[in-house]
Design a protein around this ligand. Structure first.
Ligand SMILES: Nc1ncnc2c1ncn2[C@@H]1O[C@H](COP(=O)(O)OP(=O)(O)OP(=O)(O)O)[C@@H](O)[C@H]1O
Ligand SMILES: Cc1ncsc1CCO
Ligand SMILES: [Mg+2]
Length: 262
């Protein structure tokens, strides 16, 4: 049986340096969540340094939430540098279907073959070129509706695709895991999906990407469950959530991970 808690202890033992090119909404909560989890965040995106820094980082995340042309240049050089240095990187195609600029940017980044693509169901459907009800950063489609697309996308990029929502699906195109951790309060706090990308990045360093992504999502969902035990509204939930990322032990994760392979 898989020891899911081991992925958390491995991450904490190494405290990986995670470079994040993320949106303005997510930056602060993401940096705090990474620190609470046990990783070391760096938020930088300028074209002049993003590639140089990606050569030093243990992993990279790229999120297209608040795009501009200058940032896209920084994203491309960072992803290219990560690939040259065998550094794993995670792509979040936020609101990928909403505008031509987002579609073009997601296509350019997908061509660079992210190690993991993580999005909600509407975003994964948009990246697959399929019809989606989603218009902005929130999902309007179910994880089940995105499953076939997620498997095909993973097969075509050679990476992992993670579709998050009430139940999460993580696939390499052939195998898949489903995670039933999490809490309905999580989508009421902005940027918790974006923040998850950094936690996934920290878990996949030096580990098999399919299982490490799954463990990261279970850990993150468990933090949501524990936060909901102490609060019942989104503002205090956000704080309790960061605290739970800090207090969860590897044994607790092993006991409470709700993961099935299918
Ligand atoms: N209804 C739900 N019940 C349980 N967990 C949920 C639910 N919705 C989302 N989650 C969890 O919330 C986390 C973020 O996933 P979500 O799909 O909401 O990301 P997102 O839409 O990209 O978020 P954002 O764009 O605001 O950053 C994941 O860990 C997911 O499992
Ligand atoms: C609300 C929002 N808008 C652009 S990025 C972002 C954070 C959640 O994806
Ligand atoms: Mg999102």
């Amino acid at each position: 049986m898989t020891d899911w808690g081991h992925y958390l202890s491995h991450m904490r033992a190494n405290a990986p340096l995670i470079q994040n090119i993320t949106n303005y909404v997510a930056m602060n909560v993401m940096a705090n969540a990474l620190l609470a989890s046990g990783a070391s965040p760096a938020m930088l995106h300028a074209e002049e340094e993003a590639g140089e820094f990606a050569a030093l980082a243990s992993a990279l995340t790229i999120n297209i939430g608040t795009l501009s042309t200058d940032w896209v240049r920084g994203m491309i050089v960072a992803a290219e540098s990560a690939n040259e240095n065998d550094t794993p990187w995670v792509l979040d195609p936020v609101a990928a279907g909403a505008t031509a600029f987002r579609r073009e940017t997601s296509s350019a980044l997908l061509a660079l073959k992210p190690s993991v693509i993580r999005g909600n169901a509407s975003e994964i459907l948009a990246v697959c070129g399929e019809m989606t009800k989603g218009k902005g950063a929130d999902s309007a489609d179910s994880v089940t509706e995105a499953e076939a697309g997620a498997r095909a996308l993973a097969a075509s990029t050679g990476g992992i695709v993670a579709v998050t929502g009430p139940q999460d699906l993580i696939t390499d195109g052939t195998r898949a895991y489903r995670v039933d951790n999490g809490h309905a309060m999580m989508p009421l706090v902005t940027a918790l999906g974006c923040t998850l990308n950094g936690v996934i990045a920290s878990f996949i360093v030096g580990k098999p990407h399919l299982e490490a992504t799954t463990a990261a999502i279970a850990y993150y969902g468990l933090a949501g469950q524990l936060a909901a035990e102490t609060t019942s509204a989104p503002g205090s939930f956000a704080t309790a959530f960061i605290d739970a990322l800090y207090t969860i032990t590897p044994d607790q994760l092993s006991d409470a991970a709700r993961i099935q392979e299918s």
